[in-house]
Design a protein. Structure first.
Length: 330
């Protein structure tokens, strides 16, 4: 029997879902340092152990799916996660085992329920669980990283900077800092540097009061970084959401300037009628992911390959956090 359109859609959706969840997990894995594998909450699992569990679960699902589809179970070796490359390889193997187990599945098999232990599974529910596991474990890894980094942030010295509202005279230096990343980095998806005149329209959306703020950090009298909140989307129901932006000049990164700017920025918008702050981060960007996680942002999804720059496609991770909750009229 061939797959009907409804079954085809179910299968395509499930396959797209496992592929999206895996892309998101892999992007977290790619951003790990070797030391990260050993990180854990006090008395808890290490990130390495969480990843072993992801691989073990997927291998289990690959065997289950092969069984449901009447195929020989794949022979997969037990995981022993020592380094990032090995994790990536094991994830690749177990994913291939899942995909080959369901390759060419027919409609009956797709939905037929089979009892395994105390649980009933179909091919479709097995695939859904594979995606679910990736998401759950990616979140666990995010949490482990965030708690560890929050601890290490407390002990790091920061470069002293003065933070103030941006004024029009700052625009040449702000444009300069931004253009550096336009030319050299996928952190921004702008492709051509701006002139100061072209940047005026962007600057005009900020004010010294209200929800859309632009702050600069000065070190020895020169601007070394800026950060701002701006309108997320134009439809009015989005007005309680802002998107954040932050750029440190290359020589000012890794010196704690970003955290000082964000502390001032979130103070500046406190009391505004805002609910959510959003950040879109092109992956990989370890420094930016760390900064946002330290400021309470959580990764809510990854859009694979949505930007093309420097002749390749880039994934964007979306982060968000709640701001002080205040409803108009309450
Ligand atoms: C992302 C950014 C705003 C973070 O601000 P920052 O002042 O550098 O933040 P911190 O100094 O607190 O560094 C944050 C973490 O990232 C690490 N880090 C900073 N710069 C880094 C770099 N270039 N490479 C690798 N790690 C870096 C720091 O070591 C720190 O981790 P640790 O505390 O565990 O050591 C800043 O690095 C930046 O402007 N980068 C370039 C532009 C950019 O990516 N903007 C964000 C677009 S979404």
């Amino acid at each position: 029997m061939t797959l009907t359109p409804a079954a085809t859609q179910d299968l395509e959706r499930a396959l797209a879902d496992i592929s999206g969840a895996r892309a998101s997990l892999l992007s977290v894995v790619a951003s790990l340092t070797p030391d990260d594998l050993a990180r854990s909450r006090r008395g808890g699992w290490t990130i390495g152990r969480v990843l072993e569990h992801v691989i073990e679960s997927e291998q289990m699902y690959a065997k289950l799916l092969a069984h449901l589809c009447g195929r020989t179970a794949p022979d997969l070796s037990g995981p022993a996660v020592d380094d990032i490359e090995q994790v990536q390889q094991l994830l690749h193997h177990s994913r291939n085992a899942v995909l080959s187990a369901v390759d060419g599945v027919d409609e009956d098999t797709l939905y037929r329920l089979a009892r395994v232990g105390h649980e009933e599974y179909s091919v479709l529910s097995g695939l859904e669980n594979v995606a679910l596991h990736d998401r759950e474990h990616r979140d666990q890894i995010d949490d482990l990283l965030a708690s560890q980094r929050a601890r290490s942030a407390g002990s790091r010295a920061s470069a002293p900077v003065t933070i103030r509202d941006a004024v029009a005279a700052d625009l040449p230096r702000i444009t300069d800092i931004y253009n550096h990343f336009v030319r050299t980095s996928p952190a921004t998806f702008d492709l051509e540097p701006f002139t100061v005149e072209q940047r005026m329209e962007w600057f005009s959306h900020y004010a010294n009061t209200g929800p859309h703020r632009l702050l600069v950090a000065e070190s020895d009298g020169a601007i070394c970084a800026y950060a701002g909140t701006s309108q997320f989307r134009t439809k009015p129901a989005y007005d309680t959401t802002v998107e954040v932006t932050i750029y440190c000049a290359p020589e000012a990164t890794g010196r704690g300037v970003g955290p000082q700017l964000y502390t001032a920025l979130f103070d500046a918008i406190r009391g505004e009628d805002l609910h959510i702050a959003i950040a879109g981060i092109t992956l990989p960007n370890e420094a930016s992911c760390t900064l946002h996680e330290r400021f309470g942002f959580r990764r809510v999804g990854v859009m694979p390959q949505v930007g093309r720059k420097f002749d390749r496609y880039w994934d964007v991770a979306w982060y968000q956090r709640e701001l002080g909750v205040k409803f108009a009229g309450t």
